[in-house]
Ligand binder design. Structure first.
Ligand code: PHE
Length: 370
């Protein structure tokens, strides 16, 4: 028993004197570890007579428990002291400037696209979208392109290799295939009689999206953005087209009014077809919209060709429509004075910092232009 008392006194003194958590851990292993002094004593219980064990068992177990408790208390005290020391020693200098925050910005193309959508939304247009990878049928055939039309050839269009069925997919060269998709939806039969009725015109949509052509210079990029417009209803004529586009241009460039002229042009999918020019002033090196006596070509448009209506399952004797196609990036360059189209897709963050927009200023169909 004296041995146990000495051992306990010894261990208590060492625990009290342990300078840090590491020294304390070494002590714990030396006493309670696998081959520690107390563990060794516990092992001797097995070879004792029942009488001896009745006396020694509680004594050794008690010693183990008291030593373990002392170790735990000392550990908590050492840790608290370490934390106090760190709190006293370490300081945080709140007067130092914060590290710079990297702020993103909205790409001009997306800003301009949202501006355009907001203006057309005010006029009652909905937004429709379609895939970048299109069928030859939707991109060309349904839009009344003759079989040998030059725009189908490799120099303009990015074609994919033909699939096992011989079908040659392509990257859409314009957003006009979404016209086809929208018009074809009017013929969809309801999945079941109680689900929905067939969708009827009027159609009033704008279609923003990426388009692709094999072309690259300061005003052409192999990938660019277009916005298509399509209106199908009864009694639609060129007057509606002219009003819609003039109203849009005046809102977009924030000018009082615009003069426009429609030059005859050719698109296979519209008849008559036109290119719209708007009045501008080029004196002084920059283009000012809404004044002056110069002209700026701005978009392609026309009345939807009866063949296209027919191919999309709409009766041209009942419905008419107009369509137009605008270059989103090109319109942005004009409004915000960006000189080179290719810069828009370089991903240079310095350019984006200069021409980008705050995400908090983004227009949307609900709030309109800011
Ligand atoms: N799809 C034509 C183009 O990309 C533009 C256009 C659209 C013309 C709709 C007329 C009507 O050049």
């Amino acid at each position: 028993m004296t041995d146990l008392t000495t051992l306990e006194a010894d261990l208590s003194a060492q625990v009290a004197a342990a300078p840090d958590v590491a020294a304390l851990e070494a002590l714990r292993v030396a006493a309670l570890g696998k081959s520690g002094s107390i563990s060794g004593l516990l092992k001797t219980l097995g070879s004792m007579s029942p009488d001896e064990r009745r006396e020694a068992g509680p004594a050794i177990n008690g010693l183990r428990d008291r030593v373990a408790a002392a170790l735990g208390e000392r550990k908590a005290a050492l840790e608290a002291a370490e934390l106090d020391a760190r709190l006293a020693a370490e300081t945080l200098d709140l007067t130092l400037p914060a590290p710079p925050r990297r702020k993103g910005s909205v790409h001009p193309t997306m800003q301009v696209q949202d501006e355009m959508i907001s203006i057309f939304a005010e006029m009652g247009f909905a937004v429709a979208e379609g895939p970048d990878i299109e069928t030859d049928f939707n991109n060309f055939t349904a839009l009344n392109f003759p079989e040998k039309h030059p725009a189908r050839e490799m120099h303009d269009t990015f074609f994919f290799n033909p699939g096992p069925d011989g079908e040659r997919k392509l990257l859409r060269t314009h957003t006009s295939p979404v016209q086809v998709r929208a018009m074809q939806r009017t013929n969809e039969k309801p999945a079941a009689p109680w689900i929905a009725t067939t969708i009827e015109p009027p159609i009033r949509i704008v279609v923003p999206g990426r388009t692709y052509r094999c072309d690259s210079d300061a005003t052409h990029s192999p990938m660019f953005h277009q916005m298509e417009g399509l209106v199908i209803d009864k009694g639609i004529h060129m007057g509606h087209l002219k009003w819609t586009l003039e109203t849009f241009i005046a809102r977009f460039f924030e000018v009082e009014g615009v003069v426009s002229r429609f030059r005859p042009h050719h698109f296979p999918f519209t008849e008559p077809s036109a290119e719209m020019d708007i009045g501008c002033d080029r004196s002084g090196g920059e283009i000012r919209i809404g004044t002056g006596s110069d002209w700026l070509e701005i978009l392609g448009c026309g009345m939807v060709h009866p063949n296209v209506l027919r191919l999309c399952g709409i009766d041209p004797d009942v419905y008419q429509g107009f369509a137009f196609g605008l270059g989103i990036d090109r319109l942005g360059m004009l409004k915000y004075g960006m000189p080179d189209l290719r810069d828009m897709f370089e991903g240079d963050t310095r350019w984006l910092r200069h021409y980008g927009f705050s995400a908090f200023a983004a227009p949307n169909p609900a709030t309109g232009l800011s």
